[in-house]
Design a binder for this molecule. Sequence first.
Ligand code: JFZ
Length: 438
Amino acid sequence: MRTTATMKTGIAFVLVIAAQVGQPLAAQDAYDPSPDNLAARAWFQDAKFGLFVHWGIYSVLGAGEWVMQVRGIPADVYEGVAAQFNPVRFDAAAWVSLVKDAGMSYITITAKHHDGFAMFDSAVTDWDIVDRTPYGRDVLAELAEECSRQGIKLFFYYSQLDWHHPDYFPRGQTGQRTGRPDDGDWQNYLHFMDAQLAELLTNYGEVGGIWFDGMWDRPDAEWALEHTYGMIHGLQPATLVGSNHHRDPFPGEDFQMFEKDLPGRNTAGFNEAAVSELPLETAETINRSWGFNLTDADYKSADELIRYLVRAAGADANFLLNVGPMPDGRIQPEFQERLRSVGDWMRTYGRSIRGTRGGPIFGPWGVSTTGNGTVFVHVLEWNGRALAIPSPGIVEEAQLLRDGSAVTVQEVEGGIVLTLPERPEGLVDEVVQLTLAR
Ligand code: JFZ
């Protein structure tokens, strides 16, 4: 884990330099999102909470999704791992039910990660789950079908960086130790990538979005984003395009993501981009790993995850919470327990998250969210009885969301004072619902 973190910080550093040199990257020029796309953006912002799934053949090795890079495994040796991937306990219905139990509305799953391995049946390569594993089933197809049955939207993560494809050349910051020949046809690689994306947008029903990652590996390469983004929107206008490039959004992108940070913050060290007008999303892990990691037991508590969800909603961002399923296809119990606890919380407090937008007030005590004439004051860190906040408008009614009991509101100069009850032991978020005069 430590090696990976150090290495990624290195990548972030290179990225910053590249951004300063300022090679403009063409994207989808004069992009005018379709009405369907704008509706999908609103749906996305209402949804607020999704499951990120990092799953690939790397799970067999139990050391995260970067194992090929970290251990310097040559591409031909790594191919042997595919032959051992046999997730006989994969159950799409169980995954999607878990997502619903957690109070989530969408899934973003790795269709292809940096190892280049397609978790779907691709016709343009045999480096995929159907052709190379004893399991031989298209897990994305099964998941897509189950998602549509249970009313969950499905997004695909797609790595532009590829440690396996011979035409990913010249190589970038990573993938140097894979033993591939030192030549390759970049245009050919771009065609391959577009062909796989076309498969994903054609064979799996409605695709909620494409979550790109890995462009940072070759920041100055000609990625022909305008072509790829245009193709995606041509096939499915409502599909939301986003990219984890940690730069200001390019035309053709429909949402902006922040990895391991709330929008506008940069505790991770690589979130230098400004917060845009696009719908926002922040991704986070439950332990410290994205892909299944056998030795990572550093789990965040359910309360910490709830607080993260609330703070994301307060910052007007979706929360994409990750699991790395095991090589047998199951999601480990530690993740399931936590997801279900967050879901229990969502059953009481979901109204203050789903369908809301961030703001308008916040303070050291917490954040707020807004939806249809209501402001939800999320008191996360405050043990006192009297809470002074700026006035969000004319308050007609104030009550605790957890039991509907009335909260006294007093107008004072510069704001209002809420009189809260004694804070119950272990309460993670005291939500006060303020109904405003229209
Ligand atoms: C990327 C992936 O490398 C990682 O495996 C995972 O999928 C995560 C969600 O996304 O991680 C990154 C991407 C960019 C930087 C750091 C980590 N960066 O620019 O420093």
